[in-house]
Design a protein around this ligand. Sequence first.
Ligand SMILES: [Zn+2]
Length: 237
Amino acid sequence: MEKNKAINEVFEIPVAERRFVDEKNLKFKRKIIFLSPFLIFFFSFMGLLLKNNFEINNFTIGKSDSRILGHLPYEETSKEELVFIEPNIWVHKDMSQSLIRMRQDAKREGVDLVFLSGYRSIKLQKDIFYSLKSIRNQDASERARVSAPPGYSEHSTGFAIDIGDANYREADFEVEFENTAAFRWLKLNAAKYHFKLSFNKNNEHIDYEPWHWRYEGSIEALKVFETANRDLQNISK
Ligand SMILES: [Zn+2]
């Protein structure tokens, strides 16, 4: 009897403990089973919310947040990426050959393209933006319609070029440029050289700039203008 008791005690203790653990586990499991539909619903809902938020941030709010007066931010390309074309005109090495070829081909067809402005440092863009702003007595948002704030110009990437018509210099940087032979030729041919008009007539923040073209013929350039192109798709939808 004594012996049995002793045996029982030996066995009961671990059994009792195990049962206790099991019950605890069972309760926990029951709770989980009971709560699981709610948990599944909760996490799906949160997931969906996060996903939507992410998309909203990426495609609408994010973009408008990173914009200043309608302009997207652009980093300044490093000097090593730049190639000299002619005095005062430096462009990204990816686009230099295509740009020169475009001018040569236009010339062959009797159209004289003039390069007005290529790469501009953020410092130069700052001078342009603030000096012209004060000269013309415009506030920043008015100024931004015709010139990008520093840090927000496609010119700082080295992938943008302003083009004029050698036989009609009065139209340089003017909407009137669209009536020149140079613009008509560019409209028909620029895409062959991977150039695209950056600011067309549909842009609600930035005025139409028929002279301003950007290069999209390399992966590097496409990466730089990815947001701008995505935005354009959204506008046209
Ligand atoms: Zn420009």
